[in-house]
Write a protein that binds this ligand. Structure first.
Ligand code: DGL
Length: 350
């Protein structure tokens, strides 16, 4: 009996020492993008996204191994202009398994920058964990002079292992900055500092491998989200119509004819739209297609009952969400309800 007790004590001590010395387990899920892109010459701006695999990305930043016990998997290898519902659903389900069933301490996703903000927001609403989930990309291809991908990847892992980022929802890590999923937006077509955090600014930054947080999100996300994709194998169809002077109603009509479930309008000003488009929007709403008014303006809210009487037409105002993120929330909202007032409440909370 004495020997058995001794054996138990030794085993317990070993476990404690391992747990104290063990590095956080981080899974990197690669999806493609410029970070995995290759240009014909290192000085060329011409390149193809989604060319190199996850191991090549990791080999470029061996310092990551000082931060975490890292492993990787290639989900897809695409330019993020080709990101789609099928990948989103696979990604959200895979992250939930890795974090809640396979004991990972955090996730890093390498992703193109073109639609990174949309994927980040979709995951912010569907990941069922408060562990860090951080997206990283790059504006220069992997073999470019001063490629920005390796540093962004290293910083994303640093954010994922930091206790400071837990509970902040899904984050994007670019150019030493941390941006939260709701406010992050790509603002410049080619600059490395393209990502901004809207009027509220960045949520934190990485310096010398440490994450420093500046503010906390004030919207529901991750473990506080009611949206669950576990049993979903498709998402509702929601299109976006761009507003402009003398706008044609044809794009809106095409979505109606195709029986889309919802239509977001990237309206002018405070979510206004040309009279011909407005008439089709009223008909669409009356046919059960939910209309959401957002704005083509890069900043500022789309306000409820401003120049448009939303109460009268049962339109939803996007509030702080730009058109591409309003589309994400409307898609998920339509998996829960078709009631316009319940959907408007989701836009107030998420
Ligand atoms: N094709 C674009 C994408 O994958 C390249 C932009 C980038 O990743 O920086 O989003």
């Amino acid at each position: 009996m004495k020997n058995f007790k001794t054996l138990l004590l030794v085993a317990a001590a070993l476990l404690v020492s391992l747990s104290l010395g063990a590095k956080p387990k981080i899974r990197i899920i690669a999806t493609g993008g410029t970070i995995a892109g290759v240009s014909s010459t290192s000085a060329s701006s011409a390149y193809t996204a989604g060319q190199v695999g996850i191991q090549t990305l990791l080999d470029a930043v061996p310092q990551i191994l000082n931060l975490a016990d890292v492993s990787g998997e290639q989900l897809v290898n695409i330019g993020s202009q080709d990101m789609n519902d099928e990948v989103w659903l696979k990604l959200a389900k895979r992250i939930n398994v890795l974090l809640n069933e396979e004991g990972y301490d955090g996730i890093v996703i390498t992703h193109g920058t073109d639609t990174m903000e949309e994927t980040a927001y979709f995951l912010n609403l569907t990941v069922k964990s408060d562990k860090p989930v951080v997206l990283a990309g790059s504006m220069r291809p992997s073999n470019a002079i001063s490629a920005d991908g390796p540093a962004n990847l290293y910083n994303a892992v640093a954010a994922a292992v930091s206790p400071n980022t837990r509970g902040y929802g899904v984050l994007c890590c670019m150019n030493n900055q941390l941006l939260d999923a709701k406010t992050v937006i790509k603002t410049h077509t080619i600059d490395c500092d393209t990502f901004e955090g809207g009027p509220s600014g960045i949520i934190g930054y990485i310096y010398n491998g440490e994450a420093h947080m500046l503010q906390t999100p004030n919207n529901k996300h991750t473990i506080n989200s009611v949206f669950d994709v576990t049993k979903l194998d498709r998402l509702p169809q929601v299109g976006i119509v761009y507003g402009y002077a003398n706008a044609s109603a044809l794009p809106m009509q095409a979505f109606v004819d195709a029986k889309f479930d919802g239509i977001v309008l990237a309206g002018v000003g405070d979510g206004n739209f040309y009279k011909d488009v407005f008439d089709v929007a009223v008909k669409a709403q009356n046919q059960g297609i939910q209309i959401v008014r957002s704005s083509r303006c890069p900043t500022g809210p789309t306000c409820l009952n401003s120049e448009v009487d939303d109460e009268k037409y049962h339109f939803v105002a996007a509030l702080d969400l730009n058109p591409q993120k309003a589309r994400v929330l409307l898609m998920l909202a339509l998996t829960k309800t078709h009631d316009w007032q319940e959907i408007q409440q989701f836009f107030k909370e998420y």
